[in-house]
Ligand binder design. Structure first.
Ligand code: ADP
Ligand code: ASP
Ligand code: MG
Length: 418
């Protein structure tokens, strides 16, 4: 008998039929003799609907009220799923984040989990009941409701698995595992039976939203065995492994991620002297804007050009800040572009294979795709390109690095949404 935490995403909870289907899967695991704790997201589209609703009343609502509103989606799911499980003759009880004693900091919209007191859930399991916990939410020290950022139910799932010392955390979604690239963009993408924790962390943080980055971080920190599976199809899915891999035996590139939620800002002709990077990035960070890629280039006239990317939601605020800085520094001009995409190659095999970046640049060049920025690290190469080339670029790279599934194979990523 194992202790399993099953997390079901919004795509698995689209309607009443889906909820009944999820209840059936939970009950099946129980019939197999396992103890099961369940974590759920809001029903498909519900969080987006709540966000729009908030915006229709106030452009910038207080983060506290925003979190209180957004967390309601998951509360609907826990109650409905418990009813569906109870209907099948098994005893399930719902838990909000607070009831499950998930303590977070007070960043209402992107809170971090600080502690989980597993007592209540352990008692529930010991009594033979199935706890169904609302994902994406917690409570801070003042008892206020907090939310964990988009996709945060994955993190709840892994955190609950860590707190309960579960044998496995199973992330059920609408695709039957982690693929070499998002199968919605690359139809030839292949499912990976295994992916290393390091690669998964890079893929998630570079845009593969199949797992939230923090969920992968959490799994790494507490060594939670993590698996991504389909709610609607049978199969073993993808296991996130912690074993040390011999990079020589790994493919050069394991996966490709992309992100279209960034924007690029450039300040041209600032004096090339110590402290200039800090006087540009400092005020941006002070406004709570995360900066991602940074490129600085010195021109012949002892002036420097500085380009960086931020989340697209922060674009206008960052442009405004840069306008002020530009005046102070006597810069020539400030430019901005919020129609960019970042494409990234990820693979632990890069440690022992040379020439990956050059193959990447050649492939994009052949397609007539201009590279605007580049960053590399030990196991990834990222480039920024015009957003209109995202699909073309990802598909070209997928083939160039030999990731396309064999033409004879049957590809069915088991996508259940269109
Ligand atoms: P859920 O509602 O279950 O949380 P998400 O929409 O958050 O589901 O995540 C699943 C989606 O992630 C898939 O439908 C797929 O389009 C997308 N995705 C992005 N990159 C990948 C990848 N490398 N492998 C699998 N799915 C991916
Ligand atoms: N419901 C939240 C969202 O849509 C959390 C999640 O689905 O993981 O982002
Ligand atoms: Mg998700």
């Amino acid at each position: 008998m194992a202790l399993i935490v099953q997390k079901y995403g919004g795509s698995s909870l689209a309607d009443v039929d889906c909820i009944n289907h999820v209840a059936e899967k939970v009950v099946t695991a129980r019939k197999q003799g396992h103890q099961v704790a369940v974590v759920v997201s809001a029903m498909h589209g519900e969080t987006d609907r709540l966000m729009t609703l908030a915006k229709s009343i106030q452009e910038q609502p207080s983060p506290r009220e925003y979190a209180t509103l957004l967390s309601t989606g998951e509360q609907v799911s826990i109650a409905l799923l418990c009813m569906a499980i109870n209907n099948k003759g098994y005893e399930a009880r719902s838990f909000t984040g607070g009831q499950a004693r998930i303590l977070t900091d007070s960043r209402y919209k992107k809170a971090r989990i600080l502690d989980i007191d597993a007592d209540a859930l352990e008692k529930e399991l010991a009594a033979g009941r199935i706890p169904v916990i609302a994902g994406f939410q917690g409570k801070d020290v003042n008892g206020d409701i907090t939310t964990l950022g988009r996709g945060g139910s994955d993190t709840t799932g892994v955190a609950i698995a860590a707190a309960l010392k579960a044998d496995e955390c199973q992330i059920y979604t609408d695709v039957d595992g982690v693929y070499t690239a998002d199968p919605r963009v690359v139809p030839q993408a292949r499912r990976l039976n295994k992916v290393t924790f390091e690669e998964m962390l890079e893929l998630a943080s570079l845009g593969a939203k199949v797992l939230q980055t923090r969920a992968v971080e959490f799994a790494g920190k507490y060594e939670v065995p993590l698996r991504v599976l389909s709610t609607f199809a049978e199969g073993d899915g993808t296991l996130i492994t912690f074993e040390e891999n011999n990079a020589m035996e790994q493919p050069m590139v394991s996966g490709i991620a992309f992100n279209r939620s960034e924007a690029k800002l450039t300040i041209l002709g600032v004096p090339d002297k110590p402290g200039v990077a800090s006087s540009i990035i400092g005020p941006v960070s002070a406004a709570n804007i995360d900066v991602d890629m940074i490129v600085q280039n010195v021109a012949a006239d002892e002036k420097t050009d500085f380009t960086f990317t931020v989340h697209r939601d922060d674009y206008h605020k960052a442009m405004e800040i840069l306008g002020h800085i530009s005046n102070e520094l006597g810069a020539r001009v400030v430019l901005g572009d919020n129609k960019i995409a970042k494409l990234s190659l990820v693979g632990v095999g890069m440690r022992s294979h040379a020439g990956i970046a050059s193959t990447m640049f050649k492939t994009l060049g052949k397609e007539g795709i201009n590279i605007q920025m580049i960053t590399t690290s030990e196991i990834k190469v990222s480039v920024v390109v015009d957003e209109k080339y995202l699909e073309l670029g990802v598909r070209a790279l997928h083939s160039a690095f030999g990731l396309d599934a064999e033409p004879s194979e049957e590809f069915d990523p088991q996508l259940s949404r269109v």
